[in-house]
Design a binder for this molecule. Structure first.
Ligand SMILES: *Cc1c(COP(=O)(O)O)cnc(C)c1O
Length: 445
C-alpha cells in the first residue's frame, strides 16, 4: 500500500483503497475517474471492499433487488459506512439495495410526479410557468436507493442524445416565459466538462434566460468531481445556482466540505435539498445538526422533501407529521436560514406544496392570535385604517411607484387569482365536482 500517512485518507478509505488494489495511491483515490472505474456494482465487490459479509439467503434477496433496481456505489461513499453496525448505517441505507424495495404498494407509481406527462418534449418537464426541469444526463455516480426517478436508473433508453439536448434548448428558446432552467438528471456533473460547457453556452445565448440551476449529488457521493477545472468553467457561466443533496450530517466529510468550499469560493450560491427518509434522518436532532453544518459550509438549506410515492420507496416513507415535527424543532430554535421549506411534491404533477406547523391560532377582524416556537401566545393588532387599493393589474396607472415594464404574467392564476380584484372568479372548483355536475344537469333540462 503506497498511501503515505501524511496524505490523510481515513482508516476506512485506506482499507477500501487497499482492497481495490495494493497499488492504489491517495492520488488515485481522489481522482473521480478512478472512483467511477471502481464503482461497486455487485455484492461480491461490495463484500470484498467493505469486508461486510452477507449470508447466502441475503445474497439471493439482494440480487433479486439489484435485478430490478441496479446497484452502484462509489468507493468514496462506501468508505463512509460504519461496518460494525452497517444495518442501521445511514450511508448504507441510502446506497445498498434493500429487498423491501420490491414490495410495491397500491398507492405507488413509477412516475408519481407525472414528470413524463408534463413533458412537452423528451427531457423537458414544463410544470411551472417560468421555469423548466431539463434532464441532460441519465447517469449517476451512485444510485440512491430513495431515487424518485428510480424508473430511469441504468436504463439505456433514457440516455439523452445530443439531438435531444438540442431539442430541449430549442424548446426553451421558443418559449419566452422561461427565465429559469434547472439542469438535472441523472446527474449533470456526470457529463464531461466540455459538454456541460457547451450546454451552458447555448442556454446563455437565449435572451430570456435569467438564471441556470444545477441539481447534483456529486458533492455528497463523489466530491472529487468538483475539480478546479470544473469550477473555472462554471464560473464563466454565472449566474449559476447549485443545489445539492445532503441527507445526513455524516455526509459532510472533509472531502465534501472541500468541494463545497471550491464552489462557494467561485461565487456560486449553494442550496441543499434533503429527503426525509425513515431510518436515515427522520429525527429532529439529526436534521438540526445537518442543517447547521450545511450553513457552516455556506450551503443554504432549501427544501426538505416528503418522500415521493415512487415504486420501491415504501420502507423509506414517514408520516407527514414527522416532517412537521422536524420543522417545529427548527423554526425559532436555530438560525432562520438553517430551516428548509418542507414540501410535498404533489402526486399527479401539482408541484411542490409547502407544509408548516400552524402558527396562526385564531383571527378576528382586527387581531391575529399567534403562537411562537416556545408556545407563547401573542396578539398582533391589525391597522384600523388600511386603505385597500383597487387593483386592475394596470400598473401604469397605479399609485404604487413600481415600474413593471417587464411584468410577464398579466393574469393571476390559482389562489392568487382569488385575491385579485380584476378577476370575477370567486372560487376554484375541481373538475367533475358532483354538486356542480348536478347544477349543469338541471340547467340542461
Ligand atoms: C422542483 C421543480 C422545479 C423548480 O421548483 P422551485 O420551487 O422553483 O425550486 C421546476 N420544475 C419541476 C418539474 C420541478 O419538479
Amino acid at each position: 500500500m503506497t498511501i503515505k500517512k501524511t496524505e490523510k485518507l481515513t482508516t476506512n478509505q485506506k482499507s477500501i483503497a487497499n482492497n481495490v488494489s495494493k497499488h492504489t495511491t491517495a492520488i488515485n483515490w481522489r481522482d473521480h475517474k478512478w472512483q467511477l472505474e471502481h464503482s461497486i456494482k455487485d455484492i461480491a465487490t461490495f463484500e470484498k471492499l467493505t469486508e461486510i459479509k452477507f449470508t447466502n439467503k441475503e445474497r439471493i434477496d439482494i440480487n433479486k433487488t439489484i435485478n430490478k433496481f441496479p446497484l452502484s456505489i462509489t468507493p468514496y461513499y462506501a468508505s463512509l459506512i460504519a461496518a460494525d453496525n452497517y444495518q442501521n448505517d445511514p450511508i448504507f441505507r441510502q446506497s445498498f439495495p434493500n429487498p423491501a424495495e420490491l414490495k410495491v404498494q397500491r398507492c405507488e407509481m413509477s412516475d408519481p410526479l407525472h414528470e413524463d406527462k408534463d413533458s412537452p418534449i423528451k427531457g423537458i418537464t414544463h410544470r411551472y410557468p417560468d421555469r423548466v426541469l431539463f434532464l441532460v444526463s441519465n447517469r449517476c455516480s451512485m444510485y440512491c436507493r430513495h431515487c424518485t426517478r428510480k424508473r430511469k436508473v441504468g436504463d439505456p433508453d433514457h440516455i439523452p442524445s445530443k439531438k435531444q439536448i438540442l431539442n430541449g434548448i430549442n424548446y426553451i428558446r421558443n418559449n419566452h416565459q422561461i427565465r429559469d432552467v434547472l439542469l438535472s438528471g441523472g446527474d449533470p456533473l456526470m457529463l464531461p466538462d466540455e459538454y456541460l460547457d457547451w450546454i451552458l453556452t447555448e442556454l446563455w445565448k437565449i435572451p430570456h434566460i435569467e438564471i441556470i440551476r444545477i441539481g447534483s449529488r456529486i458533492p455528497v457521493v463523489l466530491p472529487y468531481r468538483i475539480t478546479d477545472k470544473l469550477v473555472e468553467m462554471l464560473k464563466k457561466h454565472q449566474p449559476i445556482w447549485f443545489n445539492t443533496h445532503f441527507n445526513h450530517p455524516r455526509e459532510l466529510t472533509r472531502s465534501a466540505r472541500e468541494a463545497l468550499r471550491k464552489l462557494a469560493d467561485a461565487g456560486i450560491p449553494l442550496g441543499n435539498q434533503s429527503v426525509l427518509l425513515a431510518g436515515v434522518n427522520d429525527c429532529p436532532r439529526i436534521m438540526k445538526r445537518l442543517n447547521q453544518k450545511l450553513v457552516q459550509n455556506r450551503v443554504r438549506p432549501y427544501y426538505l422533501f416528503q418522500c415521493d410515492l415512487s415504486q420501491g420507496l415504501s420502507h423509506f416513507r414517514t408520516p407527514i407529521g414527522k416532517g412537521i415535527e422536524i420543522i417545529e424543532s427548527l423554526v425559532g430554535h436555530t438560525t432562520g436560514f438553517a430551516v428548509p421549506t418542507y414540501v410535498i411534491d404533489a402526486p399527479g404533477g401539482g408541484g411542490k406544496i409547502p407544509v408548516m406547523p400552524n402558527y396562526i391560532i385564531s383571527w378576528s377582524t382586527n387581531k391575529v392570535i399567534l403562537r411562537n416556537y416556545e408556545g407563547i401566545i401573542t396578539t398582533y393588532q391589525e391597522p384600523d385604517s388600511y386603505e385597500t387599493i383597487f387593483c386592475e393589474r394596470n400598473c401604469d396607472e397605479c399609485v404604487l411607484q413600481l415600474k413593471l415594464d417587464e411584468a410577464d404574467e398579466t393574469k393571476a392564476i390559482g389562489i392568487e387569482g382569488l385575491f385579485t380584484d380584476s378577476e370575477e372568479q370567486i372560487s376554484l372548483v375541481p373538475k367533475n365536482n358532483s354538486r356542480f355536475n348536478r347544477r349543469a344537469k338541471k340547467l340542461n333540462k
